[in-house]
Design a protein around this ligand. Structure first.
Ligand code: AMP
Length: 492
């Protein structure tokens, strides 16, 4: 097999192996810059767009630097939204899978109690939104004394969302001899000041997106009358007939209305906004990523960093107030060398924002005319046909690990005084199986989930049918539960 280029860095075999399964064989430009610095535990400020591989740029060094034996969290990632927190957690979990890293995500609107419970177990890395982390600090449910690396992700957005005071309060709680890395898509003065005050002579790097990899977003806008906006949108959508899209509205009410209207056109569409229950938001994001439905109507909660492959069209049904938000929204398309299109509906009240956009964008934003009725009719059949087609379902990234890893369920847990050591002890008694074959162990109240690595799942499963664990034979079965289902079960 061709050598994985990540072997050039001093990384554990377990991490290289995970990167190979993830098909990360060649570091991206941001990874080439960031890896050596973070592995050397030096501070760094990175200006880089999402979609550049920046999560792994900090995720790989974190996974490497973490000492497995330590029970308290050693790395902390602050990120502005729940969706990003979940996404980062998934990426870190995959990278650290063979090193058996435990990653915990802390964010609002999910069960505080189950987070507290999970934090009591060994936790190597914590990914958190500032608000929820601060609650844990105030209530004393998290031990931050062992944090040696802090990542501030999407710092500009943290400011935009008004989190910055909380971020500063959190920084004050962390050990001062830590390494800090700050990532931001843009570098407003406030972010520079934050870096100056809290980082120790950081190296500044800017990842210029190479010309060929530049998001090639074709940006268009159309002038509409408010009363006529919905009809204009429908016409444009029919004519464009995109394979997939995200449509941004500024309010929850508008998201709900537009979703209903689009469903009426026979479009498979779902919505995402901050007023929804967390478990619904998680399901919608996961299903959208996998391609179960093609069109998503959303408020800006979905705008930042969300990594969905191949979005063909981004629509600004409502133009955002801030130009930065516009840039982030249209960044949802044209990722990783795909082409994409962004279309904005500009009402009479939006002229100022439009002026700002036109002056900021280095590439031309072109005005297009409203399609005529006959054009819309011409395209309608194609449109209807496409809505009837079955979407192609994408494989979830973690599934590549499946062949190698089997998750086993043991019918005993904390309430029966089971400890991870009991599980490891029993499994290591099986001939031909060692501690290296044991992955993440999740101890619940009356259940334990344990991942068996290196294709030895079947062997362990069969041996444990007869073998006692902590003195008694236990009911042991194969678990098909995914990470996502585990999160749902835990009330995330
Ligand atoms: P991010 O900028 O972290 O949102 O990453 C964008 C996408 O690139 C994600 O889907 C990653 O899984 C993927 N990715 C990150 N690093 C690599 C790599 N070295 N090779 C291929 N894909 C990568």
């Amino acid at each position: 097999m061709e050598q994985n280029k990540f072997s050039e860095y001093k990384l554990d075999e377990s991490i290289i192996k995970a990167l190979t399964v993830l098909k990360y064989t060649e570091p991206t430009p941001v990874q080439k810059e960031v890896l050596p610095i973070l592995l050397n535990e030096k501070d760094i400020v990175v200006k880089s767009q999402t979609g550049s591989g920046k999560t792994a740029a900090f995720g790989i060094p974190l996974a490497q630097l973490v000492d497995w034996e330590e029970r308290a969290p050693q790395a902390l990632i602050l990120t502005p939204t729940r969706e990003l927190a979940m996404q980062i957690k998934d990426e870190l979990f995959n990278i650290g899978r063979y090193k058996r890293l435990k990653i915990e995500a802390l964010y609002g609107k999910s069960s505080y109690q189950s987070q507290v419970k999970n934090l009591k177990q060994r936790t190597h890395i914590v990914v958190a939104t500032p608000g929820r982390l601060f609650d844990h600090i105030v209530r004393g449910s998290i031990d931050l004394s062992k944090i040696k690396t802090l990542i501030i992700d999407e710092a500009d957005e943290m400011f935009a969302m008004g989190f910055i005071d909380q971020v500063e309060d959190i920084l004050a709680e962390l050990p001062s001899d830590r390494t800090t890395a700050l990532f931001s898509a843009t570098m407003p003065q406030a972010v520079k000041e934050l870096a100056d005050s809290f980082l120790y002579s950081p190296k500044f790097i800017e990842i210029a997106t190479p010309e060929h990899a530049k998001p090639r977003v074709r940006q268009q806008f159309i002038r509409v009358e408010e009363e006529d906006k919905l009809k204009a949108f429908k016409d444009l959508f029919i004519v464009d007939n995109p394979d997939s899209s995200i449509i941004f509205c500024n309010t929850k009410i508008m998201v709900e209305r537009l979703t209903k209207e689009m469903s009426r056109l026979g479009i498979q569409v779902e919505m995402l906004h901050g007023g929804m229950e967390q478990k619904d938001r998680t399901r919608v994001m996961s299903d959208f990523k996998r391609g179960y439905f093609r069109h998503l109507v959303a408020t800006d909660v979905a705008a930042r960093g969300i990594d969905v492959a191949d979005i063909a069209l981004v629509v600004n049904y409502d133009l955002p107030d801030k130009t930065e938000t516009y840039v982030h929204r249209i960044g949802r398309t044209a990722r990783f060398e795909n082409k994409g299109k962004a279309l904005s509906l500009v009402g009479r009240n939006d002229e100022v924002q439009l002026e700002n956009l036109l002056s900021l964008q280095d590439r031309l934003v072109e005005e297009i005319p409203r399609p005529s009725r006959s054009t819309v009719e011409k395209y309608r059949m194609d449109f209807d046909r496409k809505q009837g087609e079955r979407p192609t379902i994408r494989k979830e990234k973690g599934l590549d690990f499946k062949e190698d890893i089997m998750k086993i369920h043991i019918n005993a847990g904390k309430k029966t005084k089971m400890r991870p050591g009991d599980v490891v002890g029993a499994i290591c008694n099986i001939e031909g199986v060692t501690a290296d074959d044991i992955g993440v162990i999740n101890l619940m109240d009356v259940s334990t989930f344990v991942e068996i690595l290196n294709g030895k799942g079947a062997k362990v499963l069969s041996a444990l049918q007869k073998m006692p664990i902590k003195g008694r034979p236990r009911r042991v079965s194969r678990s098909n539960e995914t990470e996502y289902e585990r999160d749902l079960r835990n009330g995330y």
